[in-house]
Ligand binder design. Structure first.
Ligand code: ATP
Ligand code: SKM
Ligand code: MG
Length: 179
């Protein structure tokens, strides 16, 4: 299961976009915990937040992450808040290679500002909210990640090539360490 790739990062970091393309390149199945929750409940995430609160959503998310991280090999795009729960962080770290897609708050805001499917950003000032979430979560993303990749102005295809080369280097180093 160590071949699994798990992407973490804030809303708009590109987990879904980068994850889908990376899976295609690697020939792995692609999963997205948010999409899986929506598929199974038959409703969009904002409605789950409305009916069950964030707490209800987090319970569903933990169950899905436990299940998906036992598959393999897969690329999994996690929800932005998945790393909040210790249980999820343990499953991610123990069952695959975790990659943190890091980004500047300004870029995250630009990438998410026209989308209404992220309940935590439906506030007066989504940019300030992203700033606050970044402050709270950046240490947790870094704690769980084996690799940190800065996503800036480069096209997604370039980012995917960069991740592939980091993964190859990591594999070679691990093979030399455990021949
Ligand atoms: N590196 C990038 N450069 C430019 N645009 C990007 C990049 N990564 C993602 N985007 C764009 O930003 C938007 C959000 O990306 P995406 O949905 O993949 O983020 P996410 O990390 O999955 O967010 P969430 O946690 O809310 O699911 C999309 O429109 C996507 O095309
Ligand atoms: O950052 C978060 O807490 C979230 C991110 C999205 O991926 C969804 O999982 C949901 O909107 C919550
Ligand atoms: Mg996503």
């Amino acid at each position: 299961m160590q071949d699994n790739i798990f992407l973490v990062g804030l809303m708009g970091a590109g987990k879904t976009t980068v994850g889908r393309l990376l899976a295609k390149h690697l020939g792995y199945d692609f999963y997205d915990s948010d999409h899986e929750i929506e598929h199974r409940t038959g409703v969009r995430i904002p409605l789950i937040f409305e009916m069950e609160g964030e707490e209800g959503f987090r319970k569903r998310e933990a169950m899905i992450i436990d299940e998906l991280t036992q598959l393999g090999p897969i690329v999994l795009a996690t929800g932005g808040g998945a790393i909040l729960q210790q249980e999820n962080r343990d499953h991610l770290r123990e069952r695959g290679t975790v990659i943190y897609l890091a980004a500047k708050v300004h870029d995250l805001w630009q990438r998410t500002r026209h989308d209404r499917n992220r309940p935590l950003l439906q506030t007066e000032n989504p940019r300030a909210r992203l700033e606050q979430l970044h402050g709270q979560r950046d240490p947790l993303y870094r704690e769980v990640a084996a690799l940190v990749v800065e996503t800036g102005g480069q096209p997604v295809t370039q980012l995917v090539h960069h991740i592939e080369s980091l993964l190859n280097t990591r594999r070679t180093v691990q093979q030399h360490a455990n021949p």
